[in-house]
Design a binder for this molecule. Structure first.
Ligand SMILES: O=C(O)CCCC[C@@H]1SC[C@@H]2NC(=O)N[C@@H]21
Length: 254
């Protein structure tokens, strides 16, 4: 493990630690009326954790369940790019805690892989009207000590793994949050100052299966192609029989 000291908690960011909650995303939303700046919520367990595409997120004690709630400036497309910031922050937190940069990779749109298995997922939820985003909630689940069995995930999906089983390291959710919040603040500041370009480049540097043939499922349709890049909007760009196609939302299979 890294001998470096844990990072300092970012200034101006609130921290709420709960024992049990239905969903940290739901709790984060309830903070909105009194919110004066960004706030992180973590919980020891969730009784109704939610994953992407309406799936449940199994949430036993020992793993990380956290949500960041904020009032982002700018249009919805810009708010959505925070999923890449969150993925980079997750990557940095994992590397900072393990010193194993080669073991982690990012899977489009926003999973973190460890030794090729799914370690963490991100669920973005937002609200607003008239082209304005009133709030953004970035929910993050990390399998610190345990992962669901492979039978619990959809056939063809990446196998879930835990940090403990893959590395032998036992990290507490509180310590993980300190690393994650600090890393998120760094990438968020970069995004504010320089826009999406450096975020995109850093994400691509850490991307899994770039240059390889992958499968993207969009609703009922499936596209097969070479994973070339992501574009300025964060869309997946596949080379399908020599033609480039940008896919804004999909489930990716390797
Ligand atoms: O499906 C995914 O990959 C995303 C999973 C996101 C789970 C996290 S756990 C903390 C936060 N609260 C929730 O109810 N969901 C997110």
């Amino acid at each position: 493990m890294s001998g470096n000291a844990d990072p300092v908690w970012p200034e101006g960011v609130a921290r709420h630690a709960l024992d049990t909650v239905d969903s940290t995303n739901a709790y984060a939303l309830s903070l909105m009326p009194g919110l004066t700046g960004p706030a992180w919520v973590i919980a020891g367990e969730q009784t109704a954790g939610r994953g992407r595409r309406g799936r449940p997120w199994s949430s036993p004690r020992g793993n990380f369940y956290g949500s960041l709630v904020m009032r982002p400036e700018g249009p919805p497309e810009m708010a959505a790019l925070r999923s890449f910031i969150a993925a980079l922050a997750l990557y940095d937190a994992c590397v900072g805690l393990t010193d194993l940069p080669g073991a982690f990779a990012l899977k489009w749109p926003n999973d973190v892989l460890l030794n090729g298995g799914k370690l963490a997922g991100i669920l973005l939820e937002s609200g607003g009207a008239g082209g304005r985003v009133s709030h953004l909630i970035i929910g993050i689940g990390v399998n610190l000590i345990g992962a669901p069995p492979v039978e619990a995930v959809e056939p063809g999906a990446v196998t879930p793994v835990s940090l403990l089983a893959e590395t032998g390291l036992r990290i507490t959710p509180e310590r993980f949050l300190t690393h994650l919040a600090a890393a998120f603040a760094v990438w968020e500041a970069r995004f504010q100052a320089e826009g999406f370009a450096p975020i995109r480049a850093a994400w691509l540097d850490r991307a899994a299966r770039r240059g390889e043939r992958i499968r993207a499922r969009t609703g009922t349709a499936e596209r097969h192609g070479i994973f070339e890049t992501i574009d300025d909007s964060g869309a997946l760009v596949l080379n399908i029989d020599g033609r480039r196609e940008a896919i804004p939302a999909a489930e990716v299979f390797f």
